[in-house]
Ligand binder design. Structure first.
Ligand code: NOJ
Length: 757
């Protein structure tokens, strides 16, 4: 036996004996000592192996790299692979893990990563939709359930949450994040990480989470996926990085870097982002996985000559693991041998990977996620209830003229129309993990379940979306002109008391690589809506969408509009809960809805500019053919009751540095139904060493009130809420005047002022 191997046997009895015999404790010092010992006996090849990730072929989420199964199996047997993605099922993960554990010299278990983005088998609303609930507990709960289900399928690592600030509705991946606001996204990031990872990563019901994509990916120029990002330090630190900083602080196990270049440097090759900020300033000790092939893609960026050069750049910049790129595999060992890369950098990366594996408890039991009994213990019915609950909370009521909603008992003759009306697949959304195709409750089914025999429900599709085959990788056609179904739909609408019109986006119309220059209703949907409107104005428009849509005509003409995103497994039932008043809608937009696509990127927390718009002159920052503001602003959403804000008070007019100030406001339910309101706190720093946004979210609270009831909501403003990345390139609160704004959306606000001394 080689010396190294003997040492290993002494330190890690578990590696040669069964899991049951092991009693390794996972305290921090323990983990560090084990990591160091293990590292000390690894060969350079074995170390570099830990920095590699292969994809399985179970569910391809990137361009296939050809059939290399035989070769890869050999690499696994030699223990030269650190993790795999897209390997699904207990059996498959068991098989791959065994290749390592039964054949390799040092038996370092694999991690199995997968994009568990909004549910694993039970599907929850797409992240943008779920964020509209502003319900952090619910978001934590859905992550916990997703982790439980994924873990029972052999997965111990999710590539979520995506916390890219996204302000551009043209960018298809806007559906995958928490919207346009750094404060809200930061809170969502923390909730999701708590949900996936729990208190203890070694709990087999917990999985490692990933904060992605580091950084700037959501700012792709013109909303075109993977496109260049032009962002300066001010925007980077004040807008893009805060959710990542919150994730690092919350103990997220891994980060994923990004495809885009940022101010001239591919994020994957950015030392500034990875070594200086994340691992340096923030002192974060997890590991960074590249995005799919993003190390190799530095050749396409024109930033690396070849794979070896790309590997050199990436490892020096701090990318620890190469996802499906082949660069580390091709170049890293030789780079070290030739002295071009210091082995200390390899050691640092490997330590980071091992640390997470120890924390996951994989050394105690490499098969802990391969328990065939685990899936049988899951109560899927309970998970469906949670899915319905969070789905109804995510629905946003945009318009409700003459209280058309909720639909009352007198609506005896209901017609459900539209390409998405009986679509059981679209609510499952993109990034559906193991969510089964066509398994959601459709709107039609939900409506029928809700009304039973109390009303007549008819259905007419009206038109198809014409998208062709639904698949993650295949392009969509969005060009149908077929109106042959219109007549039946119009005839049905003529006879109805009310029309529920289900329009919006196909499941795969948003998501990765789904950028669009048009964000209106695709195909013939707009025409269908107008023809129905011509015969029956009692229309409730239910939108299913993964991005903000351009719905200006509908906003002007249709009396009731509901945004129902892609709500997951229980979608139709949740929508019916809202339409028939079983649930009083409480969702608020996490992203602005534009008046026209030309406003994009559109976001509420803009800067003032030197020429704020002026309606009497053209030489101001305004469009000549459209208003500047959103059609429906960030934070907006109606209820079946009404809320009034009054008595905005500050505990003082001046705030000492390092002290707090309290803002209170009285919220009254002035309507006739019990309802929930998201009370939102915004701030503005009036004069600062850099220009500052005119308004920024800094707090929120969900409040439920009976009709006539009031509650005083108090927010505590500490100095940290006033801090920003300033002209000296440091986070600081600068003395001066601040405006405080409180209200139910980012536009209708009560204001007060205080001064920071
Ligand atoms: C590429 C995506 O950008 C990333 O978010 C995802 O996790 C990987 N593919 C793996 O599927």
């Amino acid at each position: 036996m080689k010396k190294g191997l003997l040492l290993l046997v002494c330190l890690f009895p578990v590696l040669t004996t069964s899991a049951q015999e092991s009693n390794i404790k996972s305290s921090v010092q323990d983990v560090e000592a084990k990591v160091d010992s293990l590292l000390s006996i690894m060969t350079l090849e074995e170390k570099v192996g830990q920095m590699m990730q292969y994809s399985g072929t179970w569910d391809l989420t990137g361009p296939a790299t050809g059939d290399q199964n035989q070769y890869r199996e050999e690499r696994l047997k030699q223990g030269l692979v650190g993790s795999m993605l897209n390997v699904l099922s207990v059996d498959a993960t068991l098989e791959a893990q065994k290749l390592i554990m039964e054949n390799s010299r040092i038996k370092i278990p694999l991690m199995f990563g997968y994009d568990v983005i909004h549910g694993h088998r039970t599907m929850f609303p797409v992240p943008l939709g779920e964020t509209a609930s502003w319900d952090l507990e619910a978001m934590e709960e859905t992550a916990r359930i997703s982790a439980l289900e994924a873990a029972a399928d052999g997965v111990n690592w999710t590539f979520a949450p995506m916390i890219d600030i996204s302000r551009d509705a043209r960018w298809g991946r806007i559906m995958e994040g928490a919207g346009e606001d750094p404060f809200l996204t930061s809170r969502v990031a923390e909730a999701k990480i708590r949900g996936y990872q729990g208190d203890d990563l070694s709990n087999p019901a917990s999985i490692a989470a990933t904060a992605k994509h580091f950084a700037g990916y959501g700012f792709a120029e013109a909303g075109r996926d993977y496109n260049t990002v032009h962002v300066g330090d001010n925007e980077l630190h004040n807008t893009i990085l805060p959710p990542f900083k919150a994730a690092a602080k919350a103990g997220v196990a891994t980060f994923m870097n990004a495809f885009n270049d940022l101010d001239g440097t591919p994020a994957t090759g950015s030392k500034y982002l990875q070594r200086d900020i994340l691992k340096g300033d923030w002192n974060w000790d997890g590991f960074i996985v590249s995005d799919w092939g993003s190390i190799a893609e530095m050749r396409d960026h024109g930033f690396a000559e070849d794979l070896t050069h790309a590997a050199e750049i990436a490892v020096k910049a701090g990318s620890d693991m190469d996802m499906e790129g082949g660069a580390y595999e091709t170049g890293l060992v030789n780079l070290v041998k030739e002295g071009k890369v210091d082995e200390a950098l390899i050691d640092d990366a490997v330590k980071r990977v091992l640390r997470v594996k120890f924390k996951l408890g994989l050394f105690e039991d490499p098969y802990r996620y391969s328990d065939p009994e685990a899936i049988k213990k899951i109560n899927f019915d309970e998970h469906r209830q949670v899915a319905r609950d969070v789905a109804k909370k995510s629905i946003v009521l945009l318009k409700n003229e003459k209280n058309l909603l909720p639909l009352v008992a007198s609506a005896k003759n209901i017609v459900v129309i539209g390409p998405l009306a009986d679509d059981k697949d679209t609510p499952i959304g993109n990034w559906r993990a193991q969510g089964e195709a066509n398994s959601a409750v459709s709107i039609l089914e939900g409506v029928r379940n809700a009304v039973g025999k109390n009303a007549k429900v008819t259905y007419a599709k009206g038109a198809d979306l014409g998208m062709g085959e639904r698949s993650f990788l295949k392009p969509l056609k969005i060009n149908t002109t077929d109106k042959s179904g219109f007549k039946a739909a119009v005839d049905a609408a003529k006879k109805a008391d009310v029309v529920i019109l289900a329009l919006g986006e196909d499941a795969f119309q948003s998501g990765e690589g789904r950028s669009q220059v048009n964000i209106g209703l695709a195909g013939v949907q707009q025409e269908l809506m107008q023809e129905i409107y011509a015969v029956n104005k009692n229309i409730v428009l239910v939108l299913q969408n993964g991005r903000p849509l351009e719905i200006t005509w509908a906003a002007e003409n249709i009396p009731a509009i509901v945004v129902a995103w892609q709500l997951g497994t229980e979608s139709g039932n949740a929508i019916a809960d809202v339409l028939f008043g079983k649930y009083n809608p409480s969702g608020k937009l996490p992203v602005s809805f534009p008046r026209a696509v030309g406003q994009e990127p559109l976001y509420y927390n803009q800067k003032m500019t030197g020429r704020p718009s002026n309606p009497t002159d053209v030489t101001y920052s305004a469009y000549t053919d459209e208003r500047n503001d959103a059609l429906y602003p960030f934070g907006f959403g109606l209820s079946y009751t009404t809320f009034e804000y009054s008595d905005l008070q500050l505990s003082a007019e001046e705030m000492e540095s390092g002290r707090n100030i309290e803002v209170s406001v009285k919220l009254t339910n002035t309507g006739s139904k019990k309802g929930k309101e998201v009370v939102q706190l915004y701030l503005r720093d009036l004069v600062a060493s850099t220009t500052r946004p005119i308004i920024e979210l800094k707090g929120f609270e969900l409040v439920e009130l009976e009709p006539g009831a009031s509650k005083t909501v108090t927010f505590n403003i500490g100095t940290e809420l006033l801090e920003f990345y300033n002209a000296n390139k440091e986070w600081a609160a600068e003395p001066g005047q601040f405006e405080v704004m409180v209200g139910g959306n980012s536009k209708d606000l009560k204001t007060a002022k205080f001064r920071l001394k």
